[in-house]
Design a protein around this ligand. Sequence first.
Ligand code: MN
Length: 190
Amino acid sequence: MPYDDINMNKKETLKKYQEMRDFSKTPGPKGKIAINSSLPTFVIQKHAASHLHYDLRLEINGVMPSWAIPKGPSVDFDTKRLAMQTEDHPMDYANFEGTIPEGYGAGTVMVWDNGTYDNLRLDDNGNPIPMEDCLEEGKIEVYFNGHKIKGAYVLFKLKSAKDNAWIFKKIKDSEAEPNRDITEEMPNSI
Ligand code: MN
């Protein structure tokens, strides 16, 4: 049973996504809450809307909290990228590629990268801090196992920001590549 329609709280998380779209017009999925027993997944969708951006989505509790990153991810640990948190997306949106017609987010969407991630944040006893708590606190540290994006990254909410502004940044590790421009070098769908 891949989907769970029981948990009302979780159901609420997709309400905004669904209210913002007319599913008789957009090819994007309406979405359900998904239950996944393996490693959580992520996707980065390159979205050629009126302003090109990259949508980072992390699987947390059966939905995908999302951030729009205007300049896309960087593999350089000195480069900070603005990431604006948007509405949670359904898990089945993660495979979506296509053209969204006029309306909300019009433009083409491609799957630029995807894979699994590990939560790097631990409590004092060495146990992982639940991702939903990290999200709530505004500080997420994950290790990506993607095709293009690999290694440790931090995503933190700007304290002064009124409008859901976060920073997305590579953490210095063996996967960091200061002189590489990965969105320029690898522009295509996986
Ligand atoms: Mn987008």
